[in-house]
Design a protein around this ligand. Structure first.
Ligand code: PEP
Ligand code: MN
Length: 370
């Protein structure tokens, strides 16, 4: 991907606003549903209508999409509203049908990006198209797999490309449906600054209340667009009902967002500062999360020590940790003095946690007869 500017030009050629707003239901459900939402979205900042026609469901038995019939409804929505159309394609027959029905932008779903076989099949089917192709991140946090998919399309002569950040699945339940792992799109952006980057906050959040914050973070990180699942009756949507928002809420979000729009030196400075600060915020968030996890393990150790009647402070172990951390710190250009101060604080917190566990009468060892 040498000609990076080329990667961005489709946004200008299609006269798409900054940030590009793609909105619409998770799935096309009925003709009436699709036309109603399209007309409502016409009155928002959205310029592209999204709808899933074939739904990749993790487990069978859920609503799997209305199939090709829904493409006719999309075409009609376009005729009536002028909104551009995008849908997910997952195999060559989807591509053929979507092409036939005047879809303007294709997207590749997260479950397809994980498979180089599927990606190659799609790249072959789309060979030479001038329509943009947006590639969602793979479900697993693997930047090479994501970039590999971009490269396969690029090598098939498809240069109107973009990527969609929709988060990464985790086994443990977290605050998010799919963990954002902001570091991954940030790394991607550093390597390919001109590859349009779009946020899909809906699949990251899995709920409505944090969509705005995710969008703001993305704009502060200079993302080029947002793809937001929108439904006039979210609670009764046939798929992803918890995360969809109404067009009215979408309007409010786009009004409230701070959008770095203007050009100029001062603005450029502010944007760059905001981007760097957001990167720091992302890392700080992770630091606290990781420290919290460390303390939970400490609690478990406290319990184990209590059960085995072992003292909390183990000087030998503590010195071993310090030695290891000082040498790892050196590799990261962190001074010994800093590591000592940092670890003293962590160690103290850890001792406080363990003391609490040991002194809690509820934590009586099961075999103590108490
Ligand atoms: C979707 O956009 O509705 C969808 C299925 O997305 P993903 O591939 O990100 O799960
Ligand atoms: Mn969805």
């Amino acid at each position: 991907m040498r000609n990076k500017k080329e990667l961005r030009s489709w946004l200008d050629k299609m006269q798409l606003e900054h940030p590009l707003v793609i909105a619409g239901p998770c799935s096309a459900e009925t003709e009436e549903q699709l036309l109603t939402i399209a007309h409502q979205l016409k009155e928002t900042d959205a310029t592209v209508l999204r709808a899933g026609i074939w739904k990749p469901r993790t487990r069978p038995g859920n609503f799997e999409g209305v199939g090709a019939e829904g493409l006719k409804w999309m075409q009609r929505a376009k005729e009536e509203t002028g909104l551009l159309l995008t849908t997910e394609v997952a195999n060559p027959s989807h591509v053929e049908l979507a092409e036939k029905h005047d879809i303007d932008i294709f997207w590749v779903g997260a479950r397809s990006t994980v498979s180089p076989f599927i990606v190659q099949e799609l790249a072959d089917a789309l060979k030479g198209t001038h329509k943009p192709v947006l590639i969602k991140n793979p479900v697993n946090p693997d930047l090479s797999l994501w970039l590999g998919a971009v490269e396969r399309f690029y090598e098939a002569g498809i240069t109107n490309l973009g990527v969609i950040h929709r988060g990464f699945s985790t086994y443990e339940k977290t605050h998010y449906r799919n963990n954002p792992e902001w570091q991954i799109p940030i790394d991607l952006q550093t390597q390919f600054p001109d590859l349009p980057l779009i946020l899909d906050p809906s699949h990251i959040a899995g709920r409505r209340d944090i969509i705005f914050d995710l969008c703001q973070t993305a704009l502060d990180l200079n993302y080029d667009g947002l793809m937001i699942e929108t439904h006039f009756d979210p609670d009764n949507a046939w798929s992803d009902s918890k995360q969809q928002i109404t067009p009215a809420r979408l309007n409010q979000i786009t009004v409230d967002l701070r959008i770095p729009k203007e050009e100029g030196e001062a603005v450029e400075f502010k944007n760059r500062l905001a981007t760097l600060r957001t990167k720091i915020d992302v890392i700080d968030h992770k630091l606290i999360e990781i420290l919290g996890k460390r303390m939970k393990i400490s609690d478990d150790i406290g319990l184990l020590k209590k059960e085995n009647n072992v003292a909390i402070l183990q000087t030998k172990r503590w010195n071993e940790i310090l030695g290891k951390m000082i040498s790892q710190g050196e590799e990261q250009q962190l001074s010994e003095e800093f590591i000592l101060r940092l670890y003293k604080a962590i160690h103290q917190e850890s001792i406080d946690h363990q003391t609490k566990v040991v002194n809690n009468p509820k934590n009586t060892p099961p075999d103590s007869g108490g």
